[in-house]
Structure formats: structure tokens, C-alpha cells
Design a binder for this molecule. Structure first.
Ligand code: ATP
Length: 235
């Protein structure tokens, strides 16, 4: 479904991605793990068209999207869910969801989609008229994911969904991610919480300074001594 070949991305003189290679098959949860600065967010931003590739090739469903503008990538069904604080703080929960539906401006369909999102996130339903900026961190994260679901994604790009959340909320968010995947959406998950990410992913890639240093089945990576030492606190 997604194929990334020899991806190089720069910020000015900084060479952030140095020939990244990975792929994702339809229906998979693939996770990219790695320390701060490894290049995880940069990878998502390159895939969603927010950053340009200096070199390399990005393919989605067999088509070259390396130079495709961000709005067309969204139209193809690749939806990036930014870290939760990036919801619209001055819009209500409902308005945030409506913005997420801008690709499908059919009113009846939007109402149906909002109902189904509220079923998945009852907390958001209770807070439907509250401003986004006044939600708790966990609620904002849920809203960010819910907004992404409003555009019927084929592939969700999730950037650090566990960031800043209490452990109980992290578990809830990961259950929701697994459930979204069970219903047919493929997921590329970027996480610093390697333990949680590996526990729900099918496959994983470990990034260091803009390159893949290890890849494999998520369970294998979870038990890899090098990964345990570096990312799982040695347990
Ligand atoms: P984190 O989890 O801390 O966000 P990450 O793995 O997502 O880490 P990136 O944010 O992708 O890492 O950063 C990769 C490299 O690119 C880092 O060296 C970072 O300093 C650099 N970088 C990221 N954004 C910019 C920017 N806007 N300008 C200059 N350098 C940047």
C-alpha cells in the first residue's frame, strides 16, 4: 500500500532523513520507533506532503506521490493525525469534526459520521459544544483522531498519540487505534512509547539519525536485546 524508497529530507543544511526505506501493506499497523530527533515526525510530514523529499520515492497504492501536493494526498485517503495539541483550540468539538469532513461536504453523511465518531468517543459527545482548547490532553488527542476519522482514511498517520497522557489514557488510546485498524484502516504509528507501539503493531522499524537501523516483526523487535536496552529501559 505504501512504499518509501531511499527518502532524503533536509531542513536547510540539516540532513534529517538519510535514505529511509520502509513499506506498509494494506491492513497493517506499522510503527516507527526511535529516540528524539531520529526523524519520525519528519517522515510523517514528508508522506503527507508537508515537507519535500530531496531524493527518493514515495508510492501509495502503486502510484508515485513523491511530488503530490498535500491536499491531493489527503484526497487519496492518507490522513495525518498530528499530536493532540494541534486541534483547533477556538472551535468547538463539533466544529473541529466538521472541519475534518471537508472532503465529503454532504450534510447527511457528515451527521452520520459524527454519530459514529461519538459512538467510539462518548466523552467527545458529552463535550460536543465545548471549545477544543479547554479539553484535557487525553480528550484533545481523542478529538485529533476523531477529526482524522471524519475524512474516511485508508491510511492514518499517527504522530505520538500517547504524548503527555496518563498511563490509563495511553491504554485507552491504543485500544482505540487497534479497533480502528480492525475495522479496516491501515495505520502508520510514530511513537516514543516503544513498548505500547510494539504491543499493537504488526511490524516495526527502528530509526536512528534518519535511517532504519532495525526492522522486523513487532514481537521480535519487542524482545530484541538492543531495543530493550535502548528504548525499553532494559526490562
Ligand atoms: P521527536 O520525537 O523529538 O519529535 P523525531 O524522531 O520525530 O523526534 P524529527 O522531529 O523528525 O525527529 O527530527 C529529525 C531531525 O530533524 C532532528 O535532528 C531535528 O533537530 C531536525 N528538525 C526537525 N524539524 C526541524 C526544523 N523545523 N528545522 C530544522 N531542523 C529540524
Amino acid at each position: 500500500m505504501l512504499n518509501v524508497q531511499n527518502l532524503h529530507v533536509y531542513y536547510g543544511a540539516i540532513h534529517a532523513l538519510k535514505g529511509l526505506n520502509f513499506h506498509l501493506e494494506q491492513g497493517e499497523i506499522v510503527t516507527l520507533i526511535g529516540a528524539n530527533g531520529a526523524g519520525k515526525s519528519t517522515t510523517l510530514n514528508a508522506l503527507s506532503g508537508l515537507l519535500a523529499a530531496r531524493e527518493g520515492k514515495l508510492e501509495f497504492e502503486g502510484e508515485d506521490i513523491t511530488r503530490t501536493p498535500a491536499q491531493d494526498i489527503v484526497r487519496r485517503g492518507v490522513i495525518q493525525v498530528p499530536e493532540g495539541r494541534k486541534i483547533f483550540a477556538t472551535l468547538t468539538v463539533m466544529e473541529n469534526l466538521e472541519v475534518g469532513a471537508y472532503l465529503h461536504p454532504d450534510k447527511a453523511q457528515i451527521e452520520k459520521d459524527i454519530e459514529s465518531v461519538f459512538k467510539r468517543f462518548p466523552r467527545l459527545k458529552e463535550r460536543r459544544n465545548q471549545l477544543g482548547g479547554t479539553l484535557s490532553g487525553g480528550e484533545q488527542q481523542m478529538l485529533a483522531i476523531a477529526r482524522g476519522l471524519m475524512s474516511h482514511p485508508k491510511l492514518l498517520l499517527l504522530d505520538e498519540p500517547s504524548m503527555g497522557l496518563a498511563p490509563i489514557l495511553v491504554e485507552q488510546i491504543f485500544e482505540i487505534i487497534r479497533d480502528i485498524n480492525d475495522q479496516g484502516t491501515s495505520i502508520l504509528l510514530v511513537e516514543q512509547n516503544a513498548q505500547m507501539a510494539l504491543s499493537i503493531a504488526d511490524r516495526a522499524y527502528v530509526l536512528e539519525t534518519g535511517q532504519v537501523v532495525l526492522e522486523g516483526d513487532a514481537q521480535e523487535i519487542l524482545h530484541n536485546p538492543m531495543v530493550m536496552e535502548a528504548y525499553l529501559g532494559g526490562h
